[in-house]
Every structure is written in structure tokens, then in C-alpha cells.
Design a protein around this ligand. Structure first.
Ligand code: BGC
Length: 757
């Protein structure tokens, strides 16, 4: 039961939401949870990773592949569609254990014939280019049916159309759709093949579609089934003849057969779950929501490449330009780092691979080093526009400073790379670009920082912190804390390279001449101003002058709202002149650096900022949950856990900012759900060969069970209300140290230790 997401009725108003909710994916592509008869108006999309395109001066965004699953069934000439037909019953189901989507609909035609339609689909993990579907139907009376099935090239696009020079034809039993992208002329091919044992087929095509019409007279109460294979290839996959390989891929699928492919897929998903599952006993809803969050992280994980990372809306569409934000490093990475470090490595390697884009951005703004894109795509150049929000009142674009001033992005990247090293002990990433990236980020901050002669300190001025409602502020605590950490990591990295990788150290220095910066980094590290807790109140001021802003409750602020979609930040935003913040800012810094602040400071700041936070970003709730768990405020942590874990189940999130559509899935929240369960309630803190645990389970949870990998060693951990059981995998070859209740324990390979807490 904890693996199924279900809807038992068809609700037109939920088409968009269910497209996200029932998404399937394999990291190479995501396929929205829409019905087989739908088209672009219902936001059907097969969203591709690592293929972007720009049309004219519209926003650059990922390309949606033509829809190879399009299938329309006609009974005696009448189209059967949930959009227009009478329906006796309808079910939509997603099995998150193996990412399989199912629909069942019983249609009633105008002459009273009942036609049952069943369809099942999955994206293969075995061959990431392959989409498989099985479609069955049965009619209550003999009738003539027509099946229209093939590739629909009229895809949902926000800033398209992206495909030009379209060719549609049939080759070796495959419907083919080939096109190139508008900007970079990347080749994209879709081949569709069908296995069907009845009817007569006519191939048809036009400038958008490549499809077949299959007609047959059918008997009453007999089930008819056919299978479709769709293969998607692009030249960016290092493939020359995309059409040729797509045909071969379908041929291989036919040879294996649908059932075998499904079985293999299930097995591959089972293997995945072995490492990633988190079990909760005593709270079915939390269990489902948490697994669902983990599912979402895994369907978008780039297991196959380090050329791309995870966009803010995953593979659910083109929203947010399919761009990669800091969401990945700060909110999703911990899950991968603790369960699938090889995926974490890919995500970070992508940042190393796009370092030149970050250098270009820094240079563009007149700085040295690497200033990472606020919205990053394939090249690392910034896709974020200067006018990113449109004012709902005037219809005019608003100048926003996300791109120019959220400099913390470079620190987030550096922080994440160093965290990877601390959690895995793997130095190879540092050697293969990680160290260079961290050093270039530090160099950027040295050139960005301002040295205040009067105060003999460096300051980070004119920035926007995580709270985007307050742009262009001075000494934002989160940013400055992260900048300091970047300098610390850069210095540590340099030491490490010097001590262990002399040749690489010399080469890197020849390339980027960093030795001359070392003293600068040290000086800035020592003299960087970091807002500190007030002596009386313990409050860390979010930025200079925050305290002087209007003190208003969130409720009162909301009363001032005129349009539900109006933007609260920017020049005239309602929150701009008040203390209301969009999302966790100081609290995020305290959460990332839990061990560097006293409990009292963390508590005071949590209590101070919590009522002032709008949670206007889906990144916010989990941060409050995490720090609440750390502080033992378990009820609060639980409340925020549910908010973060259920976001894509309930669809309860902002859909518009200004006139900008921001719907889709929320991988950062999904990552936040995992973090809250394992790092928050499980109280796991892992660093440099040591895992500390101080669990605080919610009232209703009788146990929490999960896996972690640290320094390459894997453990199964079970936490009950008073006991922790740790089992080290037999194949471990090293021991990490566990610290529980201040007591140090070693868990040898294959050993089980139990300790009361
Ligand atoms: C948040 C950012 C986030 C972006 C993408 C914005 O609403 O304020 O912090 O990176 O959404 O998720």
C-alpha cells in the first residue's frame, strides 16, 4: 500500500497537477502523468535532460521530445477520451516501487457500448532511451475500432517551438520523427514500433506527426492488447545516426519483449531501493510521502552523465527554464551523498564541467574567479534574465537581481564539493576539477569582497541572500558565512593538493596561478565580517539594517495583498520594506553549521525568524524542520516535515510568481523530506570517517530504518524510541566510528551493534 499513488476519478481540473504527480522518469527523460489520448493542451511532455534550445529572444529552455505514446481509440467512429466521453469509472495509478504508470478507464459510447481501456507504461532503466507501453481494450459488444497511434510532434512548449527541419516517415516497421533544434542544430530522433496481432495498418504522416491507423472489427468481451516501444536519441548522447540507433534500440526491445523488459526494470528498481529506502513504522502517510519524495529524486537523477545536473523542477517540464539552481547542492545533494555517492559525484562534476561558464559570468561582471549561474544549463552561462518577473498590475517586466546578486551560489557549489570530499574521502573529484572550482570560487569572493579600512575587515556588500524578498543588502549572514567556508575549503584544498598531489598542484598553479592568492584568501578568511549573535537576544541580524524594517505579522502582510499572484519582493513588493522573509536564511546557515553555534543561539533564531517566514519558496519548510529536530522541537519538525514531504502529492504550492508559471515537481523539497527524516529525526551527522547520531523520533513513529554510506562503507540503521541498531554490510572493508551519547563505537564489517540512547 505504501508504494501506490492513486486517483479513482477523472477530474479535468487536476490534469496539470496529475501530470506532475504521476510523473515517471529514468534520469534521461521524464514522462508526465497524462492520458494516452492527450495532447499538448493537456501538457503532455517527454522532458529531456541535457538538451536545451532557444527560439529568438525567448527564454532558453529544455526540449520536450515528440510524444511517441500518443494513442487514440475510436469505437464505431467515436473517439474515446476522458476529456469528452462518458466514463463509468477511471483509475490512474503510479507504482513508485518501480516507476510504472497505469490507467484504467471504462468508457460508455453514445450507443451504450462499454469499452474498457487499460494502459501501462514505464521508462527503462536498462536502456535509458526506451519508453515501453502496453495498451489493452475490451468492448461489451462487437464493434469496429480504429487505433491512431504514433508520434505526436506537436508538443507542449513554454518558449518553443524548438524543433525544425522535421522529417516524418516509416522505416523498418518504425514510425520515425527526426528534427533538429533551432539554436544549436542538435539532432533528435524518435522511433516508435508496435507489436500488434490484429487489425490492418495504414501509415500516415504530416509535418508534425508520424503515425499509424489500425482498424479492426472486434468481438465482444475479448481483450485486445498491443505493445509500443519508443526510443529517443539525440546527438548529444554521442550518437551520430540518431534514427539508426533508435531503430536498433526498438529492435532490441522487441527481441526481449515487454514482459521481460518490465521484469528487468522492476529488478533494477528493487536494487535501487535497497540503498535508498527509508522505512517508517507507525505513520503510513509519512511513509508514503517520504518514499514518494525519494522516488522523485531517483527518477531525475543523472546516473549516466556528468554533463548535466538536476533542474529545479526535475524532469516535469520546462518551468524555470529547466535550469539547475543551488537547490541541487544544498537541498538534494545530501540524499545522494548519503545513499548514492556516485550520483552525487556526477552532480558536482557537472559544476566542474561548467566552470568556464562561471568564469565568463564573473568576468562579465568585472570580477575574477568563478561566479556560478543562478540558473545554469548546459554551458554554465546564466539563463536567468535581468527581468525575471512580470508585474501583475502593470504587465511590465520587473528588474530582479537574482542573477546579479545571489553570489552565494558560488559558495554553495564550493561548499557542496567539499562536503562530498568529507563524506566520501574520495579525493578524485578534487583532483579532477573540484579543487580548481573551489579555488576559483574563493578567488571570485576575494575580488567581490570589499575591504572596509575603517573597520579593518572585509565585507560582502550588495548581495541577495536566500531570502529573495530583500535584494541588494549588505552583509547577509548566510552569504558571508558561506563565503568564509569557501575560503576555508579553498585553503584546505590547496594544502591537500600540495601534500598529496604535487604534480597536479604544480599544473593547476601553472594554469590558474592560484599561489599568489593564498595570502589573500588567508587574510580574507581571518578578517571577513560575519554577523554574530546579539549579546542580549542571540539574534543574528539577517543583513545590515534588517532590524529597522517594519515589524509586521505575516497575517497582516497578507491582508495587504491585492492580487494572489503579486510578487512580494522587488522594488515595490509588499515584503521588501518589512521583516517578512521569503524563505529560511539565517536559519539555513545555522542548520548547515549546527556544530558551530550554541543551542541557545539556534533556538533564539529559529523562534525569532519562524513567524516571519512566508515559506514562499518550497525550499524553506525543510530547513525549519531540520533545525527544529536538532533543537528537540519534534512537533514543529514533524509539521514542517509533512509540508515538505507532501508538496507534490497535494500540489499545494505556488503556481505563479507574477505572471510566471512555476508549477511542476519540487525536487528540493523532496530532498528536504529525506534530510528531515534521516538527518533530522535520525539525527545523523557524518563527516570525515565519523557518524554521530542523536535521534528524536516523532511521537507516532515506532521505528525509522534507513541505509547510509559513508567513506564507501554501507550501513543499515534502525532507530526505535530508545535503541539504535547498526548493521555494517558484510562487504565493508573499513570501519567508521559511530558516536552515540558521546560514546565512540566501531562497527566492523558484518557486525551488528545495538545501543540504547
Ligand atoms: C527560490 C530559490 C530557488 C528557486 C528554484 C525560488 O523561488 O527563492 O531559492 O532556488 O525558487 O527552486
Amino acid at each position: 500500500m505504501e508504494w501506490l499513488i492513486k486517483e479513482n476519478i477523472f477530474d479535468k481540473d487536476k490534469i496539470e497537477l496529475n501530470g506532475n504527480k504521476f510523473l515517471i522518469g529514468n534520469g534521461y527523460m521524464g514522462y508526465r502523468g497524462t492520458m494516452e489520448e492527450f495532447s499538448k493542451e493537456q501538457l503532455v511532455a517527454c522532458n529531456l535532460s541535457d538538451l536545451y534550445d532557444k527560439v529568438g529572444d525567448k527564454w532558453r529552455e529544455p526540449v520536450n521530445a515528440p510524444n511517441g505514446l500518443l494513442t487514440r481509440l475510436y469505437c464505431n467512429g467515436e473517439l474515446l477520451s476522458v476529456l469528452s466521453s462518458d466514463i463509468e469509472c477511471h483509475e490512474q495509478e503510479l507504482n513508485i516501487r518501480n516507476s510504472t504508470h497505469r490507467r484504467y478507464t471504462k468508457f460508455i459510447t453514445s450507443s451504450g457500448i462499454k469499452v474498457e481501456v487499460k494502459a501501462e507504461r514505464f521508462l527503462s532503466l536498462y536502456n535509458l532511451h526506451l519508453i515501453c507501453m502496453k495498451y489493452s481494450f475490451k468492448a461489451s459488444e462487437p464493434c469496429d475500432i480504429l487505433i491512431e497511434t504514433g508520434i505526436d510532434g506537436q508538443v507542449w512548449d513554454i518558449n518553443g517551438p524548438h524543433l525544425i527541419n522535421i522529417e516524418t516517415y516509416k522505416r523498418e516497421d518504425n514510425c520515425i520523427f527526426h528534427a533538429i533544434t533551432n539554436e544549436n542544430k542538435n539532432s533528435l530522433a524518435i522511433a516508435e514500433r508496435i507489436e500488434i496481432g490484429f487489425g490492418s495498418e495504414v501509415y500516415d504522416s504530416n509535418s508534425y506527426n508520424s503515425f499509424r491507423e489500425i482498424s479492426s472489427s472486434i468481438e465482444a468481451d475479448k481483450e485486445y492488447t498491443f505493445v509500443k516501444y519508443v526510443s529517443v536519441f539525440k546527438d548529444r548522447d554521442d550518437v551520430e545516426d540518431c534514427v539508426g540507433v533508435a531503430i536498433e534500440s526498438n529492435e532490441a526491445a522487441v527481441n526481449l519483449g515487454y514482459d521481460k523488459l518490465l521484469e528487468v526494470n522492476k529488478e533494477l528498481w528493487n536494487q535501487r531501493w535497497n540503498d535508498i529506502d527509508v522505512e517508517i513504522e507507525g505513520d503510513d502517510y509519512s511513509q508514503l510521502a517520504l518514499r514518494y519524495s525519494i522516488y522523485h529524486l531517483m527518477i531525475i537523477a543523472p546516473t549516466h552523465t556528468d554533463n548535466t545536473s538536476i533542474p529545479a523542477r526535475g524532469l516535469s517540464g520546462q518551468v524555470y527554464k529547466g535550469a539547475i539552481f543551488w537547490d541541487t547542492e544544498i537541498f538534494m545533494l545530501p540524499f545522494f551523498l548519503n545513499t548514492k555517492p556516485e550520483i552525487a559525484r556526477n552532480l558536482l562534476k557537472y559544476r566542474c564541467n561548467t566552470l568556464d561558464g562561471a568564469r565568463r559570468k564573473a568576468a562579465d561582471y568585472g570580477y575574477r574567479g568563478a561566479f556560478y549561474a543562478w540558473e545554469s544549463q548546459d554551458t554554465g552561462d546564466d539563463a536567468c534574465t535581468y527581468f525575471n518577473v512580470t508585474d501583475v498590475f502593470t504587465g511590465r517586466p520587473m528588474r530582479t537581481y537574482f542573477r546579479d546578486k545571489q553570489v552565494h551560489i558560488s559558495a554553495d557549489v564550493a561548499y557542496a564539493i567539499w562536503q562530498y570530499y568529507l563524506a566520501t574521502g574520495d579525493e578524485s573529484l578534487l583532483v579532477e576539477g573540484g579543487a580548481e572550482t573551489i579555488i576559483e570560487c574563493a578567488r571570485f569572493f576575494y575580488s567581490y569582497g570589499y575591504f572596509n579600512m575603517d573597520k579593518n575587515r572585509y565585507e560582502i556588500l550588495d548581495v541577495t541572500g536566500p531570502d529573495e524578498y530583500h535584494e541588494r543588502v549588505n552583509n547577509n549572514a548566510y552569504t558571508s558565512i558561506m563565503v568564509k567556508y569557501t575560503l576555508e575549503a579553498a585553503l584546505a584544498c590547496i594544502e591537500l593538493l600540495k601534500a598529496k598531489y604535487e604534480k597536479e598542484y604544480i599544473n593547476l598553479n601553472l594554469e590558474i596561478n592560484f599561489e599568489q592568492e593564498i595570502d589573500n584568501f588567508k587574510d580574507m578568511f581571518e578578517k571577513l565580517y560575519i554577523p554574530t549573535p546579539d549579546k542580549e537576544t542571540n539574534i543574528i541580524e539577517q543583513f545590515d539594517g534588517y532590524e529597522r524594517l517594519e515589524n509586521i505579522s505575516l497575517e497582516k502582510l497578507k491582508e495587504r495583498i491585492i492580487d494572489p499572484n503579486e510578487y512580494l519582493g522587488g522594488g515595490n513588493g509588499l515584503a521588501t520594506t518589512t521583516k517578512i522573509l521569503k524563505q529560511a536564511d539565517v536559519v539555513l546557515a545555522l542548520n548547515l553549521f549546527k556544530d558551530r553555534y550554541s543551542e541557545q543561539v539556534k533556538k533564539s533564531n529559529w523562534e525569532y525568524y519562524e513567524p516571519q517566514t512566508e515559506h514562499g519558496s518550497s525550499l524553506s519548510a525543510c530547513v525549519y524542520a531540520l533545525l527544529a529536530a536538532d533543537l528537540g522541537k519534534v512537533d514543529w519538525a514533524y509539521k514542517y516535515f509533512l509540508k515538505t514531504a507532501t508538496i507534490d502529492l497535494t500540489g499545494d504550492s505556488k503556481q505563479y510568481v507574477g505572471t510566471l508559471y512555476i508549477g511542476g515537481t519540487h525536487p528540493a523539497s523532496n530532498g528536504g523530506a529525506w534530510m528531515t527524516a534521516v538527518l533530522g529525526f535520525g539525527g545523523v551527522k557524518a563527516s570525515e570517517g565519523q557518524i554521530t547520531m542523536s535521534p528524536k523520533l516523532p511521537e507516532s513513529w515506532t521505528f525509522l530504518k534507513f541505509r547510509v554510506v559513508h567513506y564507501g562503507q554501507k550501513y543499515s540503521i534502525k532507530i526505535t524510541k530508545d535503541q539504535i541498531t547498526i548493521k555494517a554490510d558484510n562487504i565493508n572493508h573499513k570501519c567508521n566510528e559511530f558516536v552515540i551519547n558521546g560514546e565512540k563505537l566501531i562497527c566492523n564489517p558484518g557486525q551488528i551493534i545495538e545501543i540504547r540512547y
